[in-house]
Design a protein around this ligand. Structure first.
Ligand SMILES: [Zn+2]
Ligand SMILES: [Zn+2]
Length: 196
């Protein structure tokens, strides 16, 4: 594992700026790896780690930088819960830890560095210095990961009976003898406008 400073540099480069969320994300991921006893998430441990993130903000990019888990490798899973939290799963052992930023950490940052008026600057510094216990709540958890959730899963490809689009990774819905994609099954996040 690299040092906090090295990861912060990597995170800044990947994210475009350094901010309090990056510091939080880097420390969260470093703690998750330590809890799992993973030394080399980008090298020899690279196939062992799956990470769930619960927010799509600055901290998420930092978690991806440290863990090497990417959406495109199916090793990064997004649950849109609006929480600065992530769960780190060792798929080789089933060990998993959910780590959530403590709501009290902002207040603590204020009391640690009242001399810094800018909130982001204040939190950036305090989040580097704060003890893990003050920054995060850690829980040992169990995550049910069916085979189709694993990065290397290759399964049959289904074709939607309604729209004809292909569906991978068992994301199809079977209903009354028909095979449907999730959009045609009613989960559509878009509305067709009728044009091409
Ligand atoms: Zn940011
Ligand atoms: Zn469809």
């Amino acid at each position: 594992m690299k040092s906090l400073e090295e990861y912060l540099r990597d995170a800044e480069e990947a994210h475009g700026h350094l901010c309090a969320g990056q510091v939080l994300g880097v420390r969260m991921a470093m703690l998750g790896l330590r809890k799992l006893g993973m030394e080399d998430p980008q090298g020899k441990d690279r196939k062992r780690l799956v990470t769930f993130v619960e927010i799509d903000r600055c901290a998420t990019d930092a978690v991806a930088v440290v863990t090497g888990c990417r959406l495109g490798k199916r090793a990064l899973k997004f649950r849109d819960w609006g929480k600065v939290a992530a769960t780190f799963v060792d798929v080789s052992t089933g060990a998993a830890f959910r780590i959530a930023a403590r709501e009290s950490s902002k207040q603590r940052a204020r009391s640690m560095h009242p001399e810094i008026a800018d909130k982001n600057q204040q939190q950036m510094l305090a989040y580097r210095e704060m003890a893990d216990e003050d920054l995060f709540d850690v829980q040992a958890v169990r995550v049910e990961l069916p085979p189709e959730e694993f990065p290397g899963y290759k399964g049959e490809r289904a074709v939607c009976d309604e729209c004809g689009e292909g569906v991978n990774f068992r994301r199809e819905v079977r209903r009354e003898g028909r095979v449907l994609c999730r959009a045609c099954a009613g989960e559509r996040y878009w509305m067709p406008l009728g044009g091409r």
